[in-house]
Write a protein that binds this ligand. Structure first.
Ligand SMILES: [Zn+2]
Length: 405
């Protein structure tokens, strides 16, 4: 039992995935002995409905100087953020000389679209090496964890913000009260806070349990988010469902009563109400579905192993860590995982210790099967890899169900 990070109600886990390493903790054999594990379990709050991790590792173990995720590597993500900025500016025109802030600005993938317009901007990024990449590109960035104190410093130096962005960041921050309080302080009376995160109903519908890992402390719904924003006199005014990351939601938040609520928001609220996110049975069903997905995937991988088929993994994603360790996938099931991220290549996956090799290890010697850990980019990847399919290679996908293409 822990107390809810939002409202302090006691919550119990509805599901444990067992001992789990840090999702981004790619390592070399000399550090296997000191590899860090914690219990990955999730629960939901019967009062505010926030689904959250029971235990979370120390943030310094997750976001450190070796943090391996650089957003700009993915072309699809670069295009996504370019379009996100264009859409927001079209719907919410800003005043002359606006000030734009981004929380968790990574390597500047989103803010570069603002910097190109010569707009006053500031990124707040806790990972030093990632922040440095943004600074080198000429994107104004401070190396901090965003909280109320940092928000006050920004406001006193730069003034209040017209738009605050946060993409795949809010769900990472355990002390969300300090962040929301900081947003409240930093936002102009007609300012907007735009953020995107995985959406709980998508995880339930798609059984995409690989969204559950150490960095994602919260699994948001409209209901649970409305509860915390309400505590700070903020409200969600608009939502736009997104298909990046396999199902996420873009939320637009403003000072209470500053804007009319959109029809899309009202519609999404109706959809969500039918999902029964306040019922224990919903989460018991999810637990059973996740277990069923694991049994099916392992039956397939064990069968392919018996047939001595060559299977490799495609994309050493953070998400894959939950699947590999929860299902018990090892280097007997998959020979290696190919990944284009140089910092991961030559290392081994957290917990499962499966080798990570460059993309050419896949493309120079096609396997019989490729287990698609980057399933959220399925369409883009399959289109680019028709030579693999033409060679007789098959894809294994496990979300929303175990399928072979
Ligand atoms: Zn709560």
């Amino acid at each position: 039992m822990i107390s809810c990070r939002i409202c302090e109600t006691y919550i119990a886990p509805f599901m444990s995935f067992g001992k789990m390493p840090i999702a981004n903790g790619f390592l070399t054999p000399d550090t296997y002995d000191s590899e860090y594990f914690f219990e990955l379990a999730v629960g939901y709050c019967s009062n505010c409905q926030m689904v959250q991790l029971i235990e979370q590792p120390d943030r310094t173990k997750m976001f450190h100087d070796q943090y391996a995720y650089y957003s700009s590597i993915s072309k699809r993500m670069r295009e996504h953020f370019q379009k996100m900025v264009a859409d927001i500016f079209a719907r919410y025109p800003v005043s002359d000389n606006p000030f734009i802030v981004e929380i968790g600005s990574n390597d500047g993938i989103l803010l570069q679209n603002i910097a190109q317009k010569n707009m006053h901007h500031l990124g707040v990024e806790p990972s030093k090496n990632v922040a440095q990449v943004a600074q080198d590109k000429g994107i104004q960035t401070i190396n901090e964890f965003f909280d109320r104190h940092v928000a006050q410093n920004i406001a006193s130096k730069h003034g209040q913000a017209d738009i605050i962005f946060a993409a795949n960041v809010m769900c990472h921050i355990p002390d969300i009260h300090s962040v929301v309080s900081g947003i409240k302080y930093l936002l102009k009376p007609k300012g907007i806070f735009v953020f995107e995160d995985p959406y709980l109903p998508d995880i339930i519908d798609k059984i995409s349990y690989d969204q559950i890992y150490d960095e994602h402390v919260f699994y948001f719904s409209l209901t649970s988010l409305s509860h915390i924003f309400n505590l700070y006199d903020l409200e969600i005014i608009h939502v736009i469902p997104q298909d990046v990351h396999g199902g996420s939601m873009r939320y637009v938040v403003a000072q209470k009563n500053a804007y009319r609520l959109s029809e899309a928001l009202v519609h999404q609220k109706q959809i969500e109400d039918q999902k029964k996110l306040n019922h224990a049975s919903t989460f018991e069903q999810l637990r059973q579905n996740i277990n069923g997905s694991k049994l099916q995937l392992m039956a397939l991988l064990n069968d392919l192993q018996k047939q001595t088929k060559r299977v490799i993994g495609y994309g050493a994603t953070s998400k894959s860590t939950t699947v590999i360790n929860y299902c018990g996938i090892n280097s007997h099931h998959i020979e290696f995982i190919s990944d284009t991220t140089p910092i991961k290549q030559g290392k081994f996956t957290p917990g499962g210790h499966i080798p990570v090799r460059p993309y050419q290890a896949f493309s120079n010697n096609y396997p019989d099967y490729a287990l698609l850990f980057a399933w959220n980019h399925k369409a883009e990847i399959m289109a680019n890899e028709d030579a693999f399919s033409n060679s007789g290679g098959k894809w294994i996908v496990y979300v929303p169900s175990i399928q072979i293409f």
